[in-house]
Design a binder for this molecule. Structure first.
Ligand code: PLP
Length: 417
């Protein structure tokens, strides 16, 4: 096939099966049954009962944490986590410069300042750069396990401990991933996860906060789960109990139908991840050594959840062919799911991070313009494209066809110059 001309130049495409080639989540019979049954049981759950309790119990035992509180979105989970950790006006929180914006944006609603720190050449938080950005107002640092590849949690735990910072995690790409055998989302004082559509564990829309800390858990409840849940769960003698009826005034509960979908999916998660592990390894083996493409380095301690397979593009090895042209040719080969991350990009490029005061009056003085200050985040973003990671036997041929399509374009790159 590598001998045939590029499809972009009139040759036969490598893949002729029409797309989409990847859809997520898998909706199986148990999911349909669970959601249909929930429709009859309850469509609003104001306390920790029914499917909400069952799902939170299942998540807590899956992760090995004491408490889980579900929320309507991952963004809401992050908001509740920061509020519960006591992040408030003027506080600074170190966030990687390369992540999805919702890792940081809830901080604006607490009067706090996301302080962006650059990433290293693998896209992980650069602790040297982060250390330079610590001030007397720095309260916490956030680990984001981008694309499901765990951060070096040994390094992050000792960084946070060494600087007296609260370690928090955004596990939205990394349900079920592990570092040294321990699940991501269990290293920090608390973690927040999205259960949005394409995430490794999906409720369609939803999220949750996980923590071992009772007080932090009560504050998560007070932030977004007011009245019945707070009244039933915060012990009567606890100083926070008197706030139960109003909490902090927000209502961020998960929908019971969403909870039932994710609850039905959870028992299958480890099987999906094992399948992704095998196919990601196969794709990396096929792409290793293809000019212009670098497969991700997976440390021995890391077992990723492979939300996506991030590949690095090295144009110098392909005569300077721009990534966009390379991807145009890849798409013409029929590998239509290959793409450049869109909204997961250097946060300083978003107007909200440059001039938050334009939308949020408390920030009238503005943040330091973050543009241009994060050379590594910009470089990593500009040279990354990603592929889906499939999980089942039937998709192995498709995965092979994708890696073959990339290899074909790489071997014909000179035809595009
Ligand atoms: C998806 C995502 C979020 C936000 O979750 P929603 O459920 O979409 O609100 C936050 N952080 C990261 C890293 C994400 O991928």
């Amino acid at each position: 096939m590598n001998g045939s001309p590029l499809a972009l130049l009139g040759g036969e495409p490598a893949i002729t099966v029409p797309g989409p080639h990847f859809t997520w989540p898998v909706i199986a019979e148990p999911d349909r049954e669970a959601v249909a049954a929930q429709l009859e049981a309850a469509v609003s759950i104001p306390d920790r009962s029914g499917v909400v309790a069952d799902f939170e119990d299942a998540l807590a035992s899956y992760l090995g944490v004491r408490h889980v509180a579900t929320t309507c979105t991952g963004t809401a989970a992050l908001h509740s986590m920061y509020a519960a950790a006591g992040i408030g006006p003027g506080d600074e929180v170190i966030v990687p410069a390369l992540t999805f914006h919702a890792t940081a944006t809830p901080l604006f609603h607490l009067g706090a300042h996301p302080v962006l720190a650059d990433v290293d050449d693998r896209g992980q938080l650069d602790l040297g750069d982060a250390a330079h950005r610590i001030t007397a107002r720095t309260r916490a640092v956030v680990a984001v396990h981008l694309w499901g590849l765990p951060e070096d949690m040994d390094a992050l735990v000792s960084f946070a401990d060494g600087h007296g910072l609260i370690l928090l995690e955004d596990g939205s790409h990394a349900h079920g991933a592990t570092w040294s055998g321990r699940r991501t989302g269990t290293f920090g004082a608390a973690s927040a996860f999205s259960l949005n559509g394409p995430k490794p564990l999906s409720a369609g829309e939803g999220g949750f906060v996980a923590t071992d800390d009772n007080e932090l858990y009560y504050r998560v409840l007070l932030h977004g789960q007011y009245n019945k849940r707070c009244r039933r769960e915060i012990p009567a003698g606890h100083p926070l109990a008197r706030f139960a009826v109003t909490g902090m005034g927000l209502k961020l509960r998960i929908h019971p139908l969403a909870a039932s979908l994710a609850h039905a999916q959870l028992p299958r998660l480890d099987g999906y991840l094992a399948g992704r592990q095998a196919i990601a390894a196969r794709m990396c083996a096929a792409l290793d050594g293809v000019p212009g493409i670098r497969v991700p380095h997976v440390p021995v301690s890391a077992r990723p959840s492979w939300y996506a397979l991030p590949l690095r593009y090295e144009p110098t090895e392909l005569g300077g062919l721009p990534l966009q042209k390379f991807l145009d040719a890849v798409h013409a080969e029929g590998a239509t799911e290959a793409d450049q991350p869109g909204s997961t990009c250097p946060l300083g490029t978003h107007p909200l991070f440059q001039t938050p005061g334009a939308l949020l009056p408390g920030y009238a003085d503005g943040q330091d313009p973050a543009v241009g200050g994060f050379p590594s985040a910009e470089y990593v973003h500009a040279t990354t494209f990603k592929l889906p990671v499939w999980h089942c036997e039937e998709d192995v041929r498709l995965a092979d066809a994708y890696t073959a399509a990339l290899a074909k374009v790489a071997s014909h790159a000179k035809d595009l110059l």
